[in-house]
Design a protein around this ligand. Sequence first.
Ligand SMILES: Nc1ncnc2c1ncn2[C@@H]1O[C@H](COP(=O)(O)OP(=O)(O)OP(=O)(O)O)[C@@H](O)[C@H]1O
Ligand SMILES: [Mg+2]
Length: 511
Amino acid sequence: MSPTERPLEHIPAVGLTDVSMAFGGKTVLAAVTLDIAPGSVVALLGANGAGKSTLIKILSGVHTDHGGEVRIAGEPAALHSPLAARRLGIQTVHQRIGEGIVPGLSVAENLVFEELAQARGNPFLNGRRVLARAREIQAGLDLGWSDSLLRRDVSELGISDRQLLILARALATRPRLLILDEPTSALSAAEAERLFTLVEKMRDDGIAVLYVSHRLGEIDALADRLVVLRDGRLTEDQAKPFDWDSALRAMLAQAQEATTARPVREGSAGDVALSLKGVRLLEGRAPLDLDIRTGEVTGVVGLLGAGKTELARGLFGADPFTTGSLELDGRPYGPRRPADAIRAGVHLVPEDRHADALVPGWSLARNISLPFLKSLSRAGLMNTAKEDALGRDTIAALGVVARDEHSTVEELSGGNQQKVVVGRWLAETPRVLILDEPFRGVDIGARRDIGRRARALAAEGAAVLVLSADVDEVLEIADRVVVLAAGEIHLDACGEDAERDRVIQTISASV
Ligand SMILES: Nc1ncnc2c1ncn2[C@@H]1O[C@H](COP(=O)(O)OP(=O)(O)OP(=O)(O)O)[C@@H](O)[C@H]1O
Ligand SMILES: [Mg+2]
């Protein structure tokens, strides 16, 4: 680097030239050329499977067998390991929450961990110096964390504070490039605001930021520049103000409406399918009553900790309710385990896809058929033709990017794995379908496909319950909106009464 010849701000923080990558002969990135200027936020947009995470993994030293060149501050860089990438000033906050949190250490130790790990000599500096450095970091970033919180065991932090910790730790190293892969997917609106403030501060300090998100509103507010990946190629590069029509066409190869206008619906609600009486979702909160009807999509919106997952797991028998009673089609319903729920026609698409839902090493077709293995097999023998057909149908219906129905789930991008988990429950019409955060990580095209399919199932007579922390997602799909806060219902409205502003006001008033 020769700062006398060129002003520093004109040298890209990171530059990619003709970067390419293939998995087993299949090209997933082709000739990607991109410069990221210091002090700018570049949003990376692309459908599920477009190659975003692959690009990020090259920049963070995870994938090393790629073609083309990466330059850092104008110099060719060898990103041959994650540590090498971090030493060169590239910090990545990966999508999976809590990745990188070290259990058993305090918040302060976790905050300083990166520096400890990079420091030569004894990595375990004494406690007082660790605390002093952690205090400095928290003050510099204005996290609002007290000394007593810094001393606590990291396992006592909630999900959003863990996410903040990971971000703070990355920022404390003063990176050249900060990469954020869907950092807000599990944060509430207020927490996301906090994150945006931090990102803006970093940008103003000259850090380059690469931001991956499927949320257009966020990108619009935060990014200075927008690039689109489609099938491994950069197809669009825009400066603010963004032309969303053109960006979405570049991303999906077809026109899409960017706005989430709420369609007007006729009163389509049918009979009560599932009825809750006196059910307590959270310890110490008031019990609630709720009727879930066929023919409509009921959206339950609430922040993290509102009790949405407790509601879903209780109805599915995964964590049975300890108070109150349930009725299914007017008859007592008390599932003690998921098998009881499935037998009664109550299906759940769980929130944590990885832990609960996909079998590694199995083909897509078999993973999709998983809930129906019994109905697809006779005397223990699988009908593989039926299984394959079900796999092909789901792949087509939700646009899963995969070689074919025999690919294993590991070969899929994050969003495509999600489509598989959601998609398999959409293959049959259950009596009650519960979707817990079905849109996390799926692109806007797939979100609409899932939404359409859920509405079609409702029209066929299912009662559909969608749980989400995102108001816009819920409004896009639901006929009726229930606001849940701290285990209690604060609003239950349809049509005009379920106006966006009203829903948002109710949520903020309940915090
Ligand atoms: N380990 C792997 N083995 C084989 N194929 C892979 C592997 N990792 C990714 N791929 C393929 O590379 C392509 C790009 O995947 P990538 O994870 O980069 O997509 P993405 O843009 O991050 O998508 P998403 O929005 O779903 O996270 C996909 O077709 C995926 O199936
Ligand atoms: Mg990805």
